[in-house]
Design a protein around this ligand. Structure first.
Ligand code: 6GU
Length: 228
């Protein structure tokens, strides 16, 4: 999979993709990430990328020209499965969106900034608008990192058995069960007996029960009525 990220702040992407699972996927050649500075596509002599909004109001708006020049320089090279715009007024990102996007060959992710992106670009070039939750970030960069991470770890070959995506919270619609490692007793606090029993069926049932309990308590919105 190839992911092209368009941003006004390309340096924000240095850390998140150079560690852990994403790093390994990139090293294995399972994914490639290219970061593009939208400012480099501005033909304005001052390299402007934003302007005042028509009708007045606080906040600058990302101008159409540089963003569209950046998009078209990429779409002239290859076909994109989705051209995603990161924006707090997009659809809220969920595991099923990550699952869907992880099947892409080429993805473009555009990071919003300032007051937003000129609506005409959104209407004519963007195929999907994503928010990562109901709060406001300074820009789409951190959100793009979140989405990219969630997608890349789903590419077959990225995770090994130990990090299998199948037991992730949300993948089966439930939160994960608690986990423990050695020592079996730490400061007098004991690991639940069943996990030390070696009895696979009981362990499976305990985890299932814990998942349901935890989900009921913390995220009842994830449960169907018949789970109660
Ligand atoms: Cl994608 N962008 C910004 N600026 N804020 C957000 C967001 C995105 N998702 C949640 N908050």
């Amino acid at each position: 999979m190839r992911i092209d990220i368009l941003s006004l702040f390309p340096e924000m992407f240095q850390g998140p993709f150079s560690e852990s699972i994403v790093k390994r996927a990139l090293q294995k050649g399972l994914a490639e990430i290219f970061i593009h500075n939208i400012r480099n596509f501005s033909t304005d002599k001052h390299h402007r990328v934003d302007d005042y909004q028509f009708g007045g109001g606080a906040g600058m708006v990302m101008m159409p020209e540089p963003v569209v020049a950046a998009i078209e320089s990429l779409t002239s090279e290859r076909k994109y499965d989705e051209i995603v715009f990161m924006t707090p007024d997009g659809e809220v990102f969920e595991q099923k969106t990550a699952n869907h996007l992880s099947l892409s060959e080429n993805l473009m992710i555009i990071c919003g900034h300032y007051k937003g992106l000129d609506e005409r670009v959104r209407q004519h070039f963007i195929t999907k608008e994503i928010s990562i939750g109901d709060y406001v970030l300074s820009g789409g960069e951190l959100a793009a990192c979140v989405v990219t991470d969630a997608i890349i770890r789903l590419i077959p070959g990225t995770l090994n058995d130990e990090t299998s995506a199948l037991s992730d919270s949300f993948q089966d619609g439930l939160l994960s069960a608690p986990v423990y490692t050695r020592p079996a007793e730490f400061r007098g606090w004991k690991v639940p007996e069943v996990l030390l029993s070696g009895h696979e069926k009981n362990i499976f049932e305990w985890r299932q029960q814990q998942s349901i309990e935890r989900t009921k308590k913390r995220r009842p919105d994830l449960l169907n009525e018949d789970d109660f």
